[in-house]
Structures are given as structure tokens and as C-alpha cells.
Design a binder for this molecule. Structure first.
Ligand code: NAD
Length: 291
């Protein structure tokens, strides 16, 4: 049986991790980006991560080569035409994504499933620019996709049952555990995790406890793998702020009001792991240097 073929558009943080995961699961992946340097970086990152797995004896040299061969990086969006499913993971910008969906819709047969990995934008709104909104849905993965088994399958207003079922089958083949979600800002994962991270920041701001102690309390009290403040640092405090602002705007509920300390950190350029400083300090490899 031929390997399923999937197009991944956008070779940034999510596209890179997604392409690696799908290739590891035996999918053929067409990886597209508008930026040649991003594509090159993405393939180098995947190779480095596979080398790390090789060092841990998780894969062999031959398996590494096979996985890499399954990914075809390209600057051409037309290259995704033969794919059963296209998942876009481009910049979180409504206009950029709308333009992309228009183009994907125009160039492919209506049988091709079109999915967005957007964390905050409306699937219905993206689907509205296409001629076949019934084949448009959301597939929301959690970073790193190679390690987190969950995927939220999001129905837009016009997404068909057949499209949801086809996506479910493909996701199960990709060793993901799908949960079905009706379109709603933040779905389940973002809607629940963001207020927790935000509330931990209020605890810091109000002097309730130190960042270290807040994280220790949640790790040891609730078996969190990492505390909420380190989690926010790893997501990027700028991304957390964008998500909170959107939840606040969409629901109009004060429970989603971004913590002023979060805003202050972002304005200061303390974005977490990516700048080496957030609630904690990190080295170039993203390891804690103060813990
Ligand atoms: P990113 O900035 O790391 O990568 C975006 C990539 O898209 C860049 O390489 C850029 O060159 C490329 N791009 C932009 N416009 C393009 C176009 N028209 N065609 C092809 N490529 C294009 O972003 P990211 O963090 O990987 O996020 C991507 C998407 O995934 C967003 O919708 C985001 O909401 C969603 N998401 C992110 C996370 C996360 O933890 N980072 C988690 C879940 C979902």
C-alpha cells in the first residue's frame, strides 16, 4: 500500500516538528515555505533531532536516512497537489492564511483535505474564502509534535462529517489521539492552559510566591512535567500574550485578561527561552541555567 502523502505548508517551529513526526510515521511529506532559508534551517533541525535520537539508539542510521528521504522540501505550493491532506502551519496572520487557502482551493481537486494548524483564528473564516468549505478543518497539534500525542480536530461551520472522519483516520495512522472540537476560540487546549499560565503570573506579580516555588508547587502537587511559568517561557511569552489577548477579545470575559506583568516582560523583550530570559534564565540550548 502506498504511503499516505501530506503537504505541510510553513517550515517554522510547528511545520518542522510536524514534518519530522509524519515522516517518522511513514508518511511522504511535501514541505513548503516561501523562505528558502527557513526550509534549509528546517531540514537541518530535523537532521539534528534525528541525530539525537540516533545517539540514544532510538533509530538506526538507515532509518534516519529513510525518514529524511520521505521529506521533500520545496518553495513551490503547487507541489502539494498530489497530497491527500495539506496542513498549513504558516505565520499566525489571518490575511496570510486566507491568501494561502484561496490558492490551495484554486489549485487542487475538491477531494483534497485542507487543514489549518492555527491556534487562535477561525476555521469558518478561513474556509469562507474557498469554493469547498466542507473539506476545510482545523488540525491543532501541540508543540513538539514529535512528542505530544494529542491533535484537536476542529469543525468549522461547513466542515463535512466525511472530512472529519477522513482526517481522523489519517491522524490515527500518524499515531495521534484525535479529539473532536467544535470551533470555539482556543478550542480546548489553548482555552484551558492559557488562563493557568496567566494566573501563575498574577501570583508572581502579587508577591504570593516566588516563580521557583509556584512551579515547584504545581509540579509536585499535580504531577506537572514542568511548572506553568517554565511552560510559558518555553512557549514564548509573546505567543502567550497574543493568545490571551485573542481569548479576551473573543470572549469579552475578564477571566482572560492578560496579566500586566506578562505585558511588561514582553515589552522589555524578556520572551522566555528564545531570548534566554523570561521568568527563568536559559542557555542557547534552552536549558535552565538558574535552577
Ligand atoms: P513560525 O513563525 O515558526 O513559522 C511560520 C513559517 O511560515 C515561517 O517559516 C514562514 O516563512 C512561513 N510562511 C509564512 N507565510 C507563508 C506562505 N504564504 N507560504 C508558505 N510559508 C509561509 O510559526 P509557528 O510557531 O510554527 O506557528 C505556525 C502556525 O502553527 C500558527 O498558525 C500557530 O498558531 C500554530 N501553532 C503554533 C504552536 C507553537 O507552539 N508554536 C502550537 C500550535 C499551533
Amino acid at each position: 500500500m502506498a504511503a499516505p502523502r501530506v503537504g505541510v505548508v510553513g517550515a517554522g517551529t510547528m511545520g518542522t516538528s510536524l514534518a519530522q513526526h509524519l515522516a517518522q510515521q511513514g508518511f511522504d511529506v511535501i514541505l513548503v515555505d516561501v523562505d528558502g532559508a527557513a526550509l534549509k534551517r528546517s531540514m537541518e533541525t530535523i537532521e539534528t533531532r534525528l541525530d539525537q535520537r540516533l545517539e540514544k539508539w532510538a533509530i538506526t542510521e538507515a532509518e534516519k536516512r529513510v525518514i529524511l528521504k520521505r521529506i521533500s522540501p520545496t518553495l513551490s505550493l503547487e507541489a502539494v497537489a498530489p497530497a491527500e491532506l495539506v496542513i498549513e502551519a504558516v505565520t499566525e496572520d489571518l490575511e496570510v492564511k486566507k491568501a494561502l487557502f484561496r490558492q490551495l482551493d484554486a489549485q487542487s481537486s475538491p477531494e483534497q483535505l485542507l487543514a489549518s494548524n492555527t491556534s487562535t483564528l477561525s476555521i469558518t473564516e478561513l474556509a469562507a474564502v474557498t469554493q469547498h468549505p466542507e473539506r476545510v478543518l482545523g488540525l491543532h497539534f501541540v508543540n513538539p509534535v514529535t512528542e505530544m500525542p494529542i491533535v484537536e480536530i476542529i469543525r468549522g461551520l461547513h466542515t463535512s462529517e466525511a472530512s472529519v472522519q477522513r482526517a481522523r483516520t489519517l491522524m490515527e495512522k500518524a499515531a495521534k489521539v484525535p479529539v473532536e472540537v467544535y470551533e470555539s476560540p482556543g478550542y480546548v487546549t489553548t482555552r484551558l492552559i492559557m488562563p493557568l499560565l496567566n494566573e501563575a503570573m498574577y501570583c508572581v506579580m502579587e508577591g504570593v510566591a516566588s516563580p521557583e516555588d509556584i512551579d515547584t508547587a504545581m509540579r509536585l502537587g499535580y504531577r506537572f512535567r514542568m511548572g506553568p511559568l517554565e511552560m510559558a517561557d518555553r512557549m514564548g511569552l509573546d505567543s502567550v500574550l497574543v493568545a490571551m489577548e485573542r481569548l479576551f477579545r473573543e470572549y469579552g470575559d475578564v477571566k482572560f485578561r492578560p496579566c500586566p506583568l506578562l505585558k511588561k516582560y514582553v515589552r522589555a523583550g524578556n520572551l522566555g527561552v528564545k531570548t534566554g530570559q523570561g521568568f527563568f534564565r536559559y542557555d542557547e540550548e534552552g536549558r535552565r541555567v538558574d535552577g
